[in-house]
Structure formats: structure tokens, C-alpha cells
Design a protein around this ligand. Sequence first.
Ligand SMILES: NC(=O)c1ccc[n+]([C@@H]2O[C@H](COP(=O)([O-])OP(=O)(O)OC[C@H]3O[C@@H](n4cnc5c(N)ncnc54)[C@H](O)[C@@H]3O)[C@@H](O)[C@H]2O)c1
Length: 212
Amino acid sequence: MNIDQSKIPQATAKRLPLYYRFLKNLHSSGKQRVSSAELSDAVKVDSATIRRDFSYFGALGKKGYGYNVNYLLSFFRKTLDQDEITKVGLIGVGNLGTAFLHYNFTKNNNTVISIAFDVDENKIGTEIGGVVVYHLDELEQHLPEDVTVAILTVPAHVAQSITDRLIAKGIKGILNFTPARLNVPDEIRIHHIDLAVELQSLVYFLKHYPNE
Ligand SMILES: NC(=O)c1ccc[n+]([C@@H]2O[C@H](COP(=O)([O-])OP(=O)(O)OC[C@H]3O[C@@H](n4cnc5c(N)ncnc54)[C@H](O)[C@@H]3O)[C@@H](O)[C@H]2O)c1
């Protein structure tokens, strides 16, 4: 089935990796089908939302049967490009950046940080989690063309100028951990991650929806 991915709402698209991870576990434990209630329980998304999400993928689920795990898995693999490895560049090998290099997403999916940059001479030339750290001055020279995504874990005041250079070099998506609001052309995608906001939202939900 061909699915026009631009028709999948963003909120649904954001839940895909969550579903994918759980289905992969189910698959490796030998399960062939799963109900929306089971999924709901595991990924903590209500089952009406799951049914709506899955209807976008043409997975309608049958009453009393549930969803076919293999079908869903192959769909997610294609949609999330899990058959391809997405290479990621990391800029800023400090507290956060170092943690990401050690973690390097190996257990989750096929994204991998393949190169890192910093300006600290003590870090240049070292290898962290198997990834070599280059000087930012060498960004244009060393950032490979197949790296299309970057993670920004630098101080906020240098974030915009680095972003401009990354875009000039062909980066299409940036996961921004800095507090800086970045100006980018429309075709560049920025996801901004702020733990303080996430925590506040958690506290808000605990306070206002304590029983859900
Ligand atoms: N989003 C969040 O939830 C969250 C949480 C903590 C920190 N942060 C932010 O993430 C960023 C990194 O935090 P941290 O604790 O890892 O900081 P850090 O100071 O430990 O690391 C910053 C790194 O960037 C390097 N750097 C400085 N200027 C650079 C440049 N021009 N080019 C390349 N590298 C450069 C430094 O040498 C250092 O290694 C900060 O902007 C911080 O505010 C965000």
C-alpha cells in the first residue's frame, strides 16, 4: 500500500518511533498480533488515538484479532527509514554531547552519530564512543555529504552562526538542545528540545490530571 506521508499528522508521526520500538520487541518475542488495548497499555497512548493513528497507515485492525505485527513493522521500518542508516553530526562535545556520543542510539534504531565537532583543543582528535572529534574550523572540510542531520549541544551564543554553516553544508534537520531560537529557511526542519519545558509539562499533568 502506498501512503502519502504528507497526510500523516505531525502528532501521529511523532508517535511512530514509540510504536516501532514496542512492535520490534513484540516481534522478537514471537508475537504475531497485538490489540490496540495492549499497545495502549505498553506505550501509554489511549487506544482511540492508536486506532486513529493506525488508520493513517492503512492498518485498520480487525475486531477480535487486532493488528498484524509483521505488517505494522514493515510499514514502520519503511516510514521511519529504518532500512537505511541516517548519519548524524554532533556539534559541541560537552556534558550533553559526550553523553549522546556514548549512548549513540545503537539500541533504538538506525540513526548513528558518525562525526563530532568542538573547539576545545583537549577534545580535538579524541574518540568518544567510537566517534572522532574534529575542530569546528574543519566543519566544511570534514562534514560528509551523507550527514543530513545535526545535533546542537553548544553554548547558545554560538548556535546561530553554526546553524548557518551547517545549512550551507547541506544539513536538512537540526535537533537543537540550546536555548537559542534559530532562524532557518523554511525547508530546514528544527526540533527544539528543552528539558525544563518537558519537566514543567509533566508537573502540570500530574497536578491537573492525577488519575490518568
Ligand atoms: N535542552 C535541554 O534540555 C538542555 C539541558 C542542559 C543543557 N542544555 C544546553 O545544551 C548546551 C550544551 O550544554 P552542556 O551542559 O553540554 O554544555 P558544556 O559547556 O558542557 O558543552 C558545550 C561544548 O560546546 C563546545 N563549544 C563551545 N563553543 C563552540 C563552538 N563555537 N563550536 C563548537 N563547539 C563549541 C565547548 O567546548 C563544550 O565542549 C547549552 O546550550 C545548554 O544551555 C540544554
